[in-house]
Design a protein around this ligand. Structure first.
Ligand code: EPU
Length: 336
């Protein structure tokens, strides 16, 4: 466990923002983290760095969670029970599951980030949310240094939400996540329009986990920028849920507005569509802008600062409020 000084975090966040950590330590074993917590508790945690926008240098000790390892806890003829350490790369884990014919997370292929952060925002894509496969989450309580287990229910998962973003925010460091995945009779989710058309173009009538994973990878590659090429953090905003009456009002003026019913009185609308209507899609402002194929994604073309991107996000929020009377909530963790 070596504490380094003045380390650039550019390669530790998928937005590729250059800020510096005054002190930085990489942790590859849970007991090292427990040792560290005996000395210092006011930490800045970074794992895959895929859901954060950094706007300034970090004064606190930056702790890079790099604990690796996958273990099979149990299995029967139908299911496998796995525990995966927090520092495992999410997409590599998905590919490993697909290769082993373990089903349940294939629709979540190519999502950036690490396993340890997947429960925090309950990652989701193409009709699947990770909460449906998580059995428990293990975390260290920062105050006591003790390991605590959260059952699926205790995680209080919601759309891009969990207890770790609410009352327990900042109180725990997730060290591992446990999953229950299927070994046969997979519950394949191909209902999402783009997956269906991708599979039918490949003539896949009885798709395998690999077919679905490949379809998702192809769709994501066609729409979402690869953080290795263009810095980004995926969807910058959440899709807002609005009242049915506001929806009907907007629909009068925009008959093609896409929507997903949430309840008898509430409707979710895609933020990407709203941002496109407001004219931001593909807009570039020097080093940063709004992605040309998915307006929900803000991008860093080069050496943009986090503050520039945050200002753009605020401008988009103000425009959407003015044009549609909808408040867009930022999904990414802005560090300012
Ligand atoms: N749309 C537009 N213009 C755009 C983007 C989208 O009109 O620029 C419209 C599309 O035509 C479609 C609708 O909005 O009718 C939905 O678009 P899409 O299927 O691309 O999904 P999304 O709602 O924009 C969500 C997730 C993504 C996830 C996709 C697929 C959120 C905040 N985002 O995006 O998650 O990959 O569904 O399931 O829920 C992420 O969280 O980082 C992420 C990429």
């Amino acid at each position: 466990m070596k504490i380094q000084q003045n380390i650039s975090l550019k390669n530790y966040n998928t937005f590729g923002i250059e800020v510096f950590a005054k002190r930085f330590v990489s942790i590859n074993a849970v007991y090292n983290l427990q040792q560290l917590l005996q000395i210092e508790k006011d930490l800045f945690l970074i794992s895959g760095g895929s859901n954060m926008l950094l706007t300034k240098d970090i004064e606190k000790l930056v702790v890079h969670i790099d604990v690796k390892g996958i273990s099979i806890d149990n299995e029967n003829k139908d299911d496998v029970f796995l525990t995966v350490n927090a520092g495992e790369n999410w997409h590599d884990f998905v590919l490993w599951c697909v290769a082993n014919n373990y089903g349940g997370i294939e629709n979540l292929s190519l999502i950036p980030g690490n396993v340890g952060t997947c429960p925090i925002q309950n990652i989701g894509a193409y009709g699947v949310e990770v909460k449906d496969t998580i059995t428990k989450v293990e975390a260290i309580a920062i105050k006591t240094g003790k390991l605590v287990t959260f059952s699926n229910k205790e995680c209080q998962f919601g759309y891009r939400n969990s207890i770790f973003k609410n009352e327990e925010k900042g109180k725990y460091i997730i060290t591992s996540v446990s999953f229950k995945l299927t070994k046969r009779n997979h519950n394949l989710n191909t209902s999402y329009g783009a997956i269906e058309s991708e599979l039918s173009s490949k003539n896949s009538k009885n798709p395998t986990l690999k077919d679905i994973s490949n379809a998702v990878i192809a769709i994501r590659k066609s729409k979402l920028p690869d953080p290795k090429e263009i810095g980004n953090s995926g969807s910058f905003f959440k899709n807002p849920v609005i009242t049915k009456s506001l929806f009907l009002e907007i629909q009068k003026e925009y008959p093609n507005i896409p929507s997903y019913p949430v309840s008898a009185t509430a409707i979710k609308v895609p933020a990407g569509w709203l941002i496109e209507q407001a004219g931001f899609k593909g807009k570039r402002f020097g080093n940063y802008g709004v992605h040309e194929k998915q307006a929900l994604v803000l991008v860093n073309y080069g050496n943009a600062t986090g503050t520039e991107i945050y200002q753009l996000a605020k401008k988009i929020q103000a425009t959407i409020l003015d044009q549609f009377n909808i408040t867009l909530e930022i999904e990414v963790n802005v560090i300012c």
